[in-house]
Design a protein around this ligand. Sequence first.
Ligand code: LLP
Length: 414
Amino acid sequence: MDFFPFTNGELHAEGVPLETIASEVGTPVYVYSQGALTSFFRGWYDAFQGVPHRICYSVKANSSLAVLGLFRSLGSAFDVVSGGELERVLRAGGKAGDVVFSGVGKTDAEINQALDAGILMFNVESEEELERLSEIAAGKGVRAPISVRVNPDVDPQTHPYISTGLKTSKFGIAIARAREVYQRAGALPGIEVRGLDAHIGSQLTSTTPFRDAFQKVGELLEQLRADGHTIRHLDLGGGLGITYKNEVPPTPADYAREVLSVVGHLGVELLFEPGRSLVGNAGVMLTRVLFRKETEAKRFVIVDAGMNDLIRPSLYGAYQEIHAVKQRDDVDARPADVVGPICESGDFLAKDRPVPDVGRGELLAVMSAGAYGFVMASNYNTRPRPPEVMVDGTTWRVVRPRETLDDLVRGEVV
Ligand code: LLP
């Protein structure tokens, strides 16, 4: 089903014209489809029907309370990478017992917070972290439940900034050292070994790297059991890609078939940490054309959203589709850069893209903006971050208001 259809020549989110939202709350603005979020979550959940599993939504992709609350109501667990994200999950009604905590740089304060909350598992990313975790937990008279995040050294064939399972990356513990590390973990007073974890990268569009990594991880799991460890959870991370342009990523069902053929016999609860594939194509960012400018060398469409609002094109050279909300035929489309107001040449939403002759005030929609959009927004150039809107059928509500200039200077002194 298309959750962002052109209906009567106008782009909608479900049954709501995007122009209505933009006129009422202003631009830029992020708009999410509740129907899309629900359908993407069910796609994942149903793919593993009949197998003990938990979908731990990766909060970093979109951490708005409305999104977390919706996933919670659908039966989601959560993957967090900071004390802040853990707090968001709890405020959205999530249970600490459904939270896994990943990340290479957990602070003492975050470890304490997560232990006190009673999370399901820490995904440990270094030997020093393991020692520190044990010290803190033992000091409280408890044991910290852990998985070791292993780095299987597999090339996920994605953008270098989002490849995490290569041996040159900062993430996880080399798979070759894993047995020693588990042995140490088993001997530490403040540690309880519960599982095994890997995450190899993001925006993967083929199942091959997953298969290679999970094969290695499955073999390790059997060795660990033979070494006497109890491994009840196998966390396979996130990383399933989405269609931004013309990629054809595996569906969750394709992915599940592949996963189960490799690790289905291990008799563990499977955990997954999808982020992008649950939210990416459930959101758009709306922006209006401010000015047009044409030089000898270039045509620019200057819009009111910049790299501070949506950084993926600038940071990764990412491609995100841009549509004029009022549908037009593309016969007059000519190459243009769609750029924002930020004082950086790297501030663009699209480069050399065929863009129709859109005029001042015209509304554009940047598609596939539900993941790593708002969460990566900043206040650079003292720009308030955009509001977020949730659409459900023909109704919609603001789930986070636009920041104000007062919000931006709160607590500062001259
Ligand atoms: N689990 C771990 C341990 C991760 O590091 C990540 C993403 C995920 C799960 C979720 O991966 P997903 O299913 O969303 O691919 N800002 C970048 C993406 C960074 C991904 C970081 N880690 C982007 O905009 O493409």
